[in-house]
Design a protein around this ligand. Structure first.
Ligand SMILES: *Cc1c(COP(=O)(O)O)cnc(C)c1O
Length: 421
């Protein structure tokens, strides 16, 4: 990189010398990521290019405002980065407008509410307890306090979103905004049915595609952009970019959305992250990325099938996405116990409420699994079969510590066979 290089061989030493404590923590975290099987559905492994940009000197720049309309001088280069990020996001998802400034998924959602609603307006989103997200109106979130929040759920027998309930609730409460999108729902959502209900009831329609954005970018999941007034997302889940958020919308809402993000909610944009988002959007246009997302889906299908073969109840009977939700009730184990046992053998997953969960939120009856990280590591169907067996053996051998030791060795071997970088 020449004379102005800031990221050279010494850069790791710079941290080591300035702050050995943080350097040691990062070293340990790298080892943890390297040596454990990550099955948390919302995580992924960003590319080296993304990491490089996110750790770049772009962090030094203040750029309140938007390209060519900033409140600071010297923005010509960060302007180019933000314009590139917007153009790429629009091309990738077929959107008329993109705002790439939201610091994460939650503020992206809040920005949409600020743009389209007044405090006290009603919103209709998926129940957190049925797989929705906090920011879709849960009482613990500001979105459930500043707006009158109503929620729909899934059908008890099928586990699928109850569209009749969505419609009857929408007709009854006449929400100003209907939200589709979830954090723990393994199936395609019928965006067009939602759009129809929103149209019928005069509501805005927003889709939060945080979990499935990577699949959508690859053309492997229905794209909500043509059907929704606004679409929000994260960049760090299946999309495999830096930690962040973005908003896509129709041209007519562009000004309101931009104003809501800045100056409505945020101050200066994180230009190093925005440039890294641009890199991720570029990566997402490649054939390699599409091949990756195909494998994510294939791996999830194989893992779901093997677990069903072992007798596990998979909510909705399978998956259309990168995500699997296990209902552990028939196995006599709670989500919390399962999470802890898996942790002991080096498998990281999260306990998760299942719809109509009899256990409380801190215990739960479910386990959420996802394949984005293991697929980024290069694992395929064979490894998924092994992982399914290891999960089964772990949950079965809670009373036999010797067995856990054996599983742990196999997890460790698998991880060293598939390095994260
Ligand atoms: C993860 C997620 C978010 C929030 O994203 P953060 O970056 O953690 O703020 C919002 N909506 C859905 C559906 C999510 O899954």
């Amino acid at each position: 990189m020449g004379r102005l290089s800031y990221q050279d061989k010494d850069s790791t030493d710079a941290l080591g010398q300035t702050d050995p404590e943080i350097a040691a923590i990062i070293e340990k975290e790298l080892l943890r990521q390297q040596s454990r099987l990550e099955l948390i559905a919302s995580e992924n492994i960003a590319s080296r290019a993304v990491l490089q940009v996110q750790g770049s000197i772009l962090t030094n720049k203040y750029a309140e405002g938007y390209p060519k309309a900033r409140y600071y001088g010297g923005c010509e280069y960060v302007d180019a980065a933000e314009e590139l990020a917007c153009r790429r996001a629009m091309a990738l998802f077929g959107a008329e407008h993109a705002n790439v400034q939201p610091h994460a998924g939650a503020p992206a959602n809040l920005a949409v509410y600020v743009a389209l609603l007044k405090p006290g307006d009603s919103i209709l989103g998926m129940d957190l307890a049925h797989g929705g997200h906090l920011t879709h109106g849960a009482p613990a979130s500001i979105t459930g306090r500043y707006y009158r929040a109503y929620s729909y759920g899934v059908d008890r027998a099928s586990g699928l979103i109850d569209l009749d309930q969505v419609r009857s609730l929408a007709l009854k409460v006449r929400p100003r905004l209907i939200i589709a999108g979830a954090s723990a729902y393994p199936r395609h959502i019928d965006f067009s049915a939602f759009a129809g209900i929103a149209h019928e009831t005069g509501a805005f329609f927003m889709v939060d595609m945080a979990h499935v954005a990577g699949l959508i970018a690859a053309g492997l999941h229905p794209n909500p952009v043509p059907l929704a007034h606004v679409v929000t997302s994260t960049t760090h889940k299946t999309l495999r970019g830096p930690r962040g958020g973005f908003i896509l919308c129709r041209r007519e809402y562009a000004a309101a959305i931009d104003k809501a993000v800045f100056p409505g909610l945020q101050g200066g944009p994180l230009m190093h992250v925005i440039a890294a988002k641009a890199v991720a959007f570029k990566e997402a246009q490649t054939p390699e990325f599409i091949a990756y997302q195909k494998k994510v889906l294939e791996n999830a299908a194989v893992l779901a099938q093997i677990l069903m073969d072992y007798g596990y109840h998979v909510v909705t009977g399978g998956t259309d996405t990168h995500m699997i939700l296990l209902d552990l009730r028939s196995r006599g184990i709670t989500g919390l116990e399962a999470e802890r046992l898996l942790d002991q053998v080096g498998i990281t997953a999260n306990k998760n409420a299942i719809p109509f969960d009899p256990q409380n939120r801190r215990v739960t009856s479910g386990l959420r699994l996802g394949t984005p990280v293991v697929t980024s590591r290069g694992m395929g169907p064979q490894e998924m079969e092994l992982i399914g067996r290891l999960i089964h053996e772990t949950l079965e051998s809670r009373h036999y510590p010797g067995n856990l030791e054996r599983v742990k060795k196999q997890v460790s071997q698998l991880c060293s066979d598939f390095p994260i970088y």
